[in-house]
Design a protein around this ligand. Structure first.
Ligand code: COA
Ligand code: MG
Length: 286
């Protein structure tokens, strides 16, 4: 198993907002995403690019993973963004509105000069991408692709669906995206919750994302970090169960068994794998 890295909370911020960048260096988000795309108005695109590159160079983000979201290559800024980001070498480049595996190959080629550690993350936010999830995720085998990030706002716009508490129109897409990511060993992050003043909406949405199998949730406001980190941190009950499963499988009388009884329920070797993962996640969060 590769070392687990927590990605419970991934905070977006407009790279044009210097104050927000400064603040992000101290916030408890596991991932910081400096946005050059939707959060930045056209007249500030160049300034945002310069600021994002400078932020990577200056560092100071500690354990936080640092990601820059570029504009699409079908815009006037995309290619220059990618060249600048590749030169700066953040942990990942996040690209918007991909529609096909060919798009991934093209973006991958455009960041070929980036250091090896810089991964390619992609937004799943077009209707075209929804129909090609497995082929898109399979690009992980031949490119730097390492994460899928749900873009529920753009998806709602394209589908003409309503993004409301419960997210019913999106549930099949969310779970198919998680399945595609898991099939190809990718990280998968849930979309943002626009209602940053109402923590009960966020709480429910984060719990839904956890239940659906996401590694974490993308966020738009610092106030959303605490709730999200708590939801995606293994609970005391989960840790107790995981510890009991590992201990039970370690007993001499259970040696060589595939299925045993733990706390009155069946536990199989697959549950032992799950238990070990929960313990590894908790240890990485620390
Ligand atoms: N990251 C870091 N700091 C942030 C932040 C973020 N995403 N959002 C707000 N802040 C900071 C503000 O700069 C402000 O700092 P200050 O008190 O030092 O001035 C403080 O937090 C409080 O901000 P607040 O007044 O509550 O929010 P707002 O009304 O100014 O802004 C948003 C609300 C939604 C516009 C803003 O949070 C934002 O731009 N979020 C990110 C949007 C984005 O990146 N979208 C793209 C992905 S969907
Ligand atoms: Mg968008």
């Amino acid at each position: 198993m590769t070392a687990y890295r927590p990605r419970r909370s991934a905070l977006f911020l407009p790279a044009s907002n210097a104050k927000a960048i400064d603040k992000a260096r101290m916030l408890d988000a596991d991932v910081v995403i400096l946005d050059l795309e939707d959060a930045v108005a056209p007249e500030f695109k160049e300034e945002a690019r310069i600021a994002a590159v400078a932020a990577v160079r200056e560092g100071g983000f500690g354990r936080r993973e640092l990601v820059i979201r570029a504009n699409g290559i079908d815009t006037p800024w995309g290619r220059e963004d990618l060249a600048a980001i590749a030169g700066a070498g953040p942990d990942a480049v996040l690209v918007p509105k991909i529609a096909s595996p060919e798009d991934i190959l093209q973006y991958n080629a455009l960041i070929s000069e980036a250091p090896v550690k810089s991964k390619l993350w992609v937004m799943i936010e077009t209707c075209a991408a929804v129909a090609r999830l497995d082929a898109i995720a399979a690009c992980a085998g031949s490119t730097r692709l390492s994460a899928l990030v749900m873009g529920t706002n753009d998806l709602a716009k394209e589908m003409r669906a309503r993004l409301r508490p419960g997210r019913a129109p999106f549930l099949p897409i969310l779970s198919l995206t998680v399945a595609a990511a898991r099939a190809h060993g990718l990280i998968v992050l849930d979309g943002v919750c626009n209602e940053f003043r109402d923590s009960s909406v966020l709480q429910a949405e984060a719990e839904q994302g956890l239940e659906w199998g996401f590694d974490g949730k993308s966020l738009i406001h610092p106030d959303q970090i605490g709730v999200t980190n708590a939801v995606f941190t293994p609970s005391a009950d989960e840790l107790a169960w995981a510890g009991a499963v590992v201990a039970a499988f370690g007993l001499p009388e259970n040696a060589g068994k595939g299925a045993i009884r733990v706390e009155g329920k069946m536990a199989e070797l697959l549950h032992l794998d799950q238990a070990r993962r929960i313990l590894a996640v908790a240890e990485a969060i620390g």
